[in-house]
Design a protein around this ligand. Structure first.
Ligand code: PEP
Length: 263
């Protein structure tokens, strides 16, 4: 089964509109004339979505600009109303947003998001035809305590509760071991592959062999130009969700180039 890898830059709370413009101009000039067998996604903060949409999806944006998809880093589980600070899925659609990162470990640990909240957001995203990048992953204590599989199984089962096979087909899973996010410590290719194969097996139990074979599972956690090729060569790894190393156009580009085939 050939799955197109997907490389997504998660900028977290970095880059306002003017830094977004600097990044995109530089990134586009570096990718001029190159095409990769990969989908490229940028997830800026909400405040930079409008500028990013202008830079990538207006008539004046160049050919390679249109090839980059926009993701939001979060969305509300509600449609509209008295929810101060929240952003709805329909608002995101106005900024050409196609993907939304949900369940990131920072949302879970700092903002108290539960599997139930994440599940509600996945449903809300699909109602607006946004594609969830659904993040899961264990802490070091959970891994060392022998609970890796239990934790991943619970996150997958609860996060995808009542998600149809059709909506699963529009979902990307990001396996991100919490101990590897922003720490400089990367899972070995073997640790990552084992976890990805396990995630795919849980999807097979829940949805059957074909949806499991089709779903893309990104790896996230200190991916850099130097480790991208080895990680992406693993049979169950289909791209990366990248934080720190995607803040610089050159290193984001090198990760994509090293981790995918040039077309
Ligand atoms: C992330 O934020 O999802 C992430 C993987 O960050 P980093 O690449 O910095 O570890």
């Amino acid at each position: 089964m050939s799955r197109k890898p997907i490389f997504a830059a998660n900028w977290k709370m970095h880059k306002g509109p003017s830094e977004t413009e600097d990044f995109v101009k530089s990134f586009l000039s570096k990718t001029q004339g190159k095409t990769f067998h990969a989908e490229i996604v940028i997830a800026p903060p909400f405040a930079s979505l409008a500028r990013l949409a202008e830079l990538l999806h207006t008539a004046s944006a160049g050919q390679n600009a249109h090839a980059i998809q926009i993701a939001a880093q979060n969305c509300s589980e509600y449609d509209a109303g008295a929810y101060t600070g929240e952003v709805s899925v329909l608002m995101l659609r106005e900024f050409y947003v196609h993907y939304v990162i949900l369940g990131h470990s920072e949302r879970r640990s700092i903002f108290g998001e539960t599997d139930k909240t994440i599940n509600a957001k996945i449903h809300k995203a699909r109602e607006a035809n946004l594609k969830p990048i659904f993040c899961i992953g264990e802490t070091l204590a959970e891994r060392e305590g022998g609970n890796l599989e239990t934790v991943l199984r619970t996150q997958i089962t609860e996060g995808l509760r009542d998600v149809s096979e059709k909506d699963l087909a529009e979902t990307v899973i990001a396996y991100e071991p919490v101990w590897a996010i922003g720490t400089g410590v990367t899972a070995t290719a073997e640790q990552a592959q084992d976890a990805h194969a396990f995630v795919r097996s849980v999807i097979a139990e829940l949805y059957g062999a074909e949806p499991a074979a089709k779903i893309r599972i990104q790896y996230g956690g200190s991916v850099k130009p130097g480790n991208a090729a080895e990680l992406m060569a693993c049979p169950d790894i289909d791209g990366a969700l990248i934080g720190g190393a995607a803040l610089e156009p050159q290193s984001f580009l090198e990760i994509i180039a090293n981790g995918s085939a040039t077309e």
